[in-house]
Design a protein around this ligand. Structure first.
Ligand SMILES: NC(=O)c1ccc[n+]([C@@H]2O[C@H](COP(=O)([O-])OP(=O)(O)OC[C@H]3O[C@@H](n4cnc5c(N)ncnc54)[C@H](OP(=O)(O)O)[C@@H]3O)[C@@H](O)[C@H]2O)c1
Length: 242
């Protein structure tokens, strides 16, 4: 699992650990990885998943220890924290590399292990922002739209290889990288913020039940529908958010 050192990834590691899985966590902060892996009886590899060669090296090491991989979770992600006009070019490239390209590199690098398992699951943690373009968070939204297209098209590309693709679109979740309760301007939006444990339990359920594309909470699907049916409306009514 990528992004296992905090937030949704760390919560999912605990949830999987409780169910007898042995998660292998990838992220950059070794101290945090060691702590989370210790709590879930898992393992870790320090890896910048935005760096394709680093992903390939980490995957080689992991596949030597675990030639069969039953579950890959592409979860690592960062916020953009600015619109297209203001974001630093380097940050924009980083957002696209980590939120979108990292998932592609990880899938390609771990594919032999997933295929060797005979039957495996791939979870892509995308976002409601992959279905709706919010004002002032265009770069993040664009990276998540790309990740959503990646996830949806993979479902077809991987058909026949024994790998089920699950796309999970969380709404606002309170985490280190996305401190929503402190940054959301509207009280109404702050009230709908959920915790990483809620998303972790949701991910386990969608894998167990074979669900393909879900929103957590479920009612965010209506935002995606409004965006599809009345494009532009949400951009006018949704306040500044990331
Ligand atoms: N929180 C929300 O409101 C929300 C809503 C919808 C979707 N999401 C998505 O959920 C996913 C998890 O985010 P989170 O909310 O749990 O945030 P978080 O607590 O900040 O966790 C992000 C994780 O990604 C890892 N990461 C970031 N850059 C990385 C890199 N270059 N290489 C390896 N690992 C990297 C971080 O680890 P290191 O810093 O140690 O590398 C951390 O473990 C993201 O894809 C995010 O877009 C979040």
């Amino acid at each position: 699992m990528t992004g296992g050192s905090s937030g949704i990834g760390a919560a999912l590691a605990q949830e999987l650990g409780k169910r007898g899985w042995r998660p292998v966590l990838l992220a950059r902060r070794e101290d945090r990885l060691r702590e989370v892996a210790g709590e879930c009886d898992g393992e870790y590899e320090v890896c910048d998943v935005g760096d394709r060669e680093a992903v390939e090296r980490a995957a080689r090491r992991i596949l030597e220890r675990h030639p069969r991989i039953a579950l890959l979770v592409n979860n690592a992600g960062i916020p953009g924290r600015a619109g297209f006009l203001d974001i630093e070019p380097a940050r924009l490239e980083e957002v696209l590399r980590i939120n979108f390209l990292a998932g592609v590199w990880c899938l390609r690098a771990f594919l032999p292990g997933l295929e060797a398992a005979g039957r495996a699951d791939l979870v892509n943690v995308v976002s409601v922002a992959g279905t709706v373009a919010w004002p002032a968070s265009g770069p993040y939204s664009a990276s998540k739209h790309a990740q959503l297209a990646f996830s949806r098209s993979l479902a077809g590309e991987l058909r026949g290889r024994g790998i089920t693709v699950h796309t999970v679109n969380p709404g606002f979740v309170e985490t280190e990288g996305f401190p929503q309760r402190g940054t959301l301007g509207s009280t109404l939006l702050r009230r709908v913020v959920i915790d990483p444990d809620d998303v972790a339990r949701h991910i386990v359920r969608v894998v167990e039940r074979g669900r393909r594309e879900t929103f957590v909470p479920w009612w965010y699907r209506s935002a995606a529908l409004v965006q599809a049916i009345v494009p532009g409306l949400l951009a006018r009514v949704v306040p500044r958010s990331r």
